[in-house]
Design a protein around this ligand. Structure first.
Ligand SMILES: *Cc1c(COP(=O)(O)O)cnc(C)c1O
Length: 467
């Protein structure tokens, strides 16, 4: 078939739009037109590419009829307008799985977010009817909970870092050890985020070793790393996703706090995964402990070890928090009402004298005997051998602590093609995300809530065993 006739057979946009399947789809006409135009253009590009490669090949590009193309476009539009992100069952054993949405929210958190979704007393005092601030009631609560003077909240920890460094970096900027120049994922780096608002970042020390003298020289504007301008704040960043061993030295946090104090400059501590302690089997100090060790400000994520919605907490000395709160950038990083409500509900759990009733804490604290009993029950319902249940290793994950693993229990899916079966499970309803270890497809029970077991069974029933 000649190239010319292939181009001539491209469906006409109006003919596709008139096909009954697309005409009856309740979507704005200009949106339909745009998608049809793009689809036709895509076919035209394919024909051109084929023609360039080999003039006889143009005929090999399959040209759909207007009705066929209308079907494709309608399916595309239906996909676009189906609620996303899709819910998934996390069977990876990684509790704070960034790609799967970090921490699942508790029912109480979600209920608070829904309630705030309508009209709410976000910025009005109901007693006097006067305009107020959206943070008034949360501020003293967070400050007391974290054992410090004041607190402010922004969109996420990256925003907290950007705001704190921009508002407090001063004329000379922050000094940061090269051993703490962390890349947190998605190729975002602590030093780059700290600098994004115009704050100078003075790197000192080497990858493996940084000494008190390195900081002191930067704060005096002398020494090999200095351009003569003294740094006017100190930044300490958690090595959240890696660990160093061997010939390594970082200045201990209390000692660094003393140095910042001596130079009378703000000491900002970027934790990422700040915890409030209760019910977490980690050796990581709590936010309160970091403050007690001398941090002027700590920065923490809402959706890591706090177990709440995405947010960034800035807690510490009142004058420094105030400078962050009143900086123009604070307005650009402001929390919305539903997140504020969700964060509040989460922190209310942390005020409890028991272990917080949050999915994160429940998953971390689930005991292996219970997980094993659930795994065996699932296998029994599926007719799978009990030997499919094995001990596994889960992780707290999510830029908490790289070495924080948790013993767990997993089910080996009986399949000879693990990656294909894994894909079928991901594309199932509900989607199940497992992980492949040593050519075996494992479904880890630690990150599956007990009330999701029946859904997991249903999803697995739909994938024939041995497939
Ligand atoms: C995770 C992390 C961040 C970023 O926090 P987000 O809440 O994801 O913006 C910044 N710094 C450190 C040390 C982290 O671990």
């Amino acid at each position: 078939m000649s190239e010319r006739s292939a181009f001539a057979r491209l469906p006409k946009v109006d003919a596709v739009l008139e096909a009954p399947r697309l005409r009856s789809l309740g979507v704005r006409r200009e949106l339909k037109r745009r998608v049809v135009q793009d689809a036709v253009q895509n076919l035209r590009d394919q024909l051109h590419a084929a023609a360039r490669a080999d003039t006889n090949n143009a005929g090999e590009v399959a040209i759909p009829s207007p009705v066929e193309l209308a079907d494709t476009v309608a399916r595309q539009l239906e996909q676009w307008t189906t609620p996303r992100p899709k819910r998934v069952l996390n069977a990876t054993g990684v509790i704070l799985h960034t790609n799967l949405g970090r921490t699942p929210l508790s029912a109480a958190t979600l209920a608070a977010m829904t309630a705030a979704g309508g009209y709410c007393d976000l910025e009005v005092g109901l007693a006097d009817g006067q305009r107020g601030s959206r943070f008034v009631w949360l501020r003293p609560f967070i400050a007391a909970l974290m054992g410090t003077q004041d607190a402010h909240v922004v969109n996420n920890n990256a925003g907290a870092l950007l705001l704190a460094c921009t508002a407090l970096g001063g004329t000379g900027g922050v000094v940061l050890s090269r051993g703490q120049m962390v890349e947190i994922g998605g190729s975002f780096r602590v030093a780059t985020m700290a600098a994004a608002g115009g704050c100078r970042v003075v790197a000192v020390g080497s990858t493996n070793r940084t000494h008190p003298k390195d900081y002191e020289e930067a704060l005096q504007g002398v020494g090999p790393d200095s351009d003569g301008r003294p740094a006017t704040a100190v930044l300490w960043a958690h090595q959240s996703n890696f660990s160093q061993q061997g010939f390594v030295r970082e200045v201990p946090l209390p000692e660094l706090a003393q140095i910042a104090k001596r130079f009378d400059v703000p000491f900002i501590v970027d934790l990422g995964s700040g915890s409030l302690g209760t019910g977490l089997p980690t050796t990581e100090p709590t936010i309160t402990e970091y403050l007690e060790q001398g941090a002027d400000l700590v920065l923490a994520s809402g959706d890591k070890l706090l177990g709440g919605p995405q947010a960034g907490i800035i807690a510490g000395r009142a004058d420094f928090v105030q400078r962050c709160r009143t900086h123009p950038m604070a307005r650009a990083l402001r929390l919305d009402k539903t997140t504020l409500a969700g964060l509040h509900a989460t922190l209310a759990e942390h005020a409890s004298d028991a272990v917080p009733n949050l999915p994160l804490h429940n998953m971390i604290n689930a005991d292996n005997d219970t997980l094993r009993a659930r795994a065996l029950a699932i296998c029994e319902q599926l007719g799978w051998e009990a030997t499919a249940v094995i001990d596994s290793v889960g992780a707290i994950g999510g830029g908490s602590l790289p070495t924080d693993t948790v013993p767990s229990v997993a089910i080996i899916v009986p399949t000879v093609r693990p990656s294909q079966t894994a894909k079928r499970l991901r594309l199932g309803e509900p989607a199940v995300v497992g992980h492949i270890v040593e050519e075996r497809l494992l479904l880890d029970l630690r990150t599956i809530a007990p009330d999701q077991d029946s859904e997991l069974v249903a999803a697995l029933t739909r994938v024939p065993s041995g497939s």
